[in-house]
Design a protein around this ligand. Structure first.
Ligand code: CDT
Length: 366
């Protein structure tokens, strides 16, 4: 299963676990400015069909999946609006371009994380939704909190822009974890009379899931807010440019496109493995990648990470590719109850700055 299996990344199944589930990351290769939306959706449907054939119960797509990574371009009016999905009655399942994805997920009873550019009528967000194919309902929406880049384009005409601050409002929904109904069998529900947060019910309800989008994965704060809600699975779609000196800075270590790409892939994996480990959760991380319009390189490296920080499946191409693994969410208990038993070991009296201060304040000079 998956494209590359790593030693030590067996997903460490426990023999009697009832929390095993097959999951898929649907990496997309380049989508160009003139790629018709319908063609991209067709590619996404093909990946969903492949995931269904491998018995996946959850599929994760990249950030702003069905269109080119348009925030690199200077756009206005209809040229900008055409990249957004206008939500009918606040319901993405009725948005005409992306509706076929919800329809197919419903048919397959497959859960889906879908990233798209959301237009509410008044506002624009970089958004993902979690749709449950088990119960045919959008369970949660997340709007990207950490918007990278600039509001104004760079002065150098051929610089690669990252104009997310120009085109999107910062997300206003926070990092709210949710339960994915019936994603694993025999989970405890309210009907049983059981209550969460009791010693003998921990980790036994429907899986606890959190969503982030691209740049969010670099901020441990986002993961920790989910960790504090007991998240067992974090889902992340991304579009990560590997060559943008104005945006990323430059030095000897990243002086060529090849070196810069190597570093971008390294930082991607560093964030995903460490934060999955430190919050004792699995993560499914999915790229849109390759060279869009033949000149804007995006990294691949889509991967499924276990709660010990091991890579259990990883993409090997920069094209449309499915990354699949059976994961056992029961494995999360060890990290959550031993090394990272938050209730025993965290010292919040010393963490105030994290929530009270945004930028750096250096100590006084000597
Ligand atoms: N899409 C997105 O958020 N991209 C950013 C660009 C690089 S900023 C270091 C990312 O974090 O991957």
């Amino acid at each position: 299963m998956g494209s590359i299996q790593h030693e030590g990344g067996s997903a460490g199944h426990t023999a009697d676990s009832k929390r095993k589930v097959i999951v898929a990351g649907a990496q997309l290769g380049p989508i160009n400015v003139d790629t018709p939306r319908s063609e991209a959706i067709q590619r996404m449907l093909q990946l969903m069909e492949d995931a269904h054939k491998q018995n996946a119960k959850l599929i994760v797509y990249p950030e702003i999946a069905p269109v080119t990574f348009f925030p690199r371009h200077i756009l206005e009016g209809d040229e900008l609006e055409k990249y957004f999905e206008l939500e009918v009655d606040g319901d993405p399942t009725k948005s005409p371009n992306i509706k076929p994805l919800f329809d197919k997920a419903r048919e397959y009873k497959m859960d889906m994380y879908l990233g798209y550019a959301e237009a509410t009528g008044d506002e624009h967000y970089n958004t993902s939704v979690y749709y449950s194919g088990q119960v045919d309902r959008v369970i949660a929406k997340y709007r990207k909190v950490h918007l990278p880049g600039t509001f104004e384009p760079y002065e150098r005409k051929d610089a690669t822009n990252q104009l997310e601050k120009r085109y999107f409002k910062p997300g206003n929904l926070g990092f709210e974890a949710f339960r994915a109904p019936q994603l694993v069998p025999e989970a405890l529900t309210k009907d049983s009379g059981a209550k969460p947060n009791e010693v003998d019910t921990l980790g036994q309800g429907d899986p606890i899931v959190g969503m982030i989008i691209c740049n969010d994965r670099r901020w441990p704060e986002a993961w920790r807010v989910y960790g504090l809600q007991g998240a067992e699975l974090v889902l992340c779609g991304y579009n990560t440019t590997s060559w943008a000196p104005e945006l990323l800075g430059t030095n000897e270590k990243i002086s060529t496109k090849e070196k810069a790409k190597k570093e971008a892939l390294f930082h991607n994996k560093l964030c995903l493995t460490y934060n999955s480990y430190a919050n004792a959760c699995f993560s499914i991380n999915v790229a849109k990648c390759g060279s869009e319009d033949g000149k804007y390189p995006l990294i691949g490296g889509s991967c499924i990470i276990d709660c010990d920080g091991d890579v259990v499946a990883e993409a090997s191409t920069e094209d449309d590719e499915l990354v699949v693994a059976e994961i056992d969410l029961g494995m999360c208990r060890r990290g959550k109850e031993k090394v990272f038993a938050f209730e025993k070991h965290r010292r919040i009296e010393h963490y105030g700055r994290i929530a009270q201060q945004t930028g750096v304040q250096e100590p006084e000079f000597l």
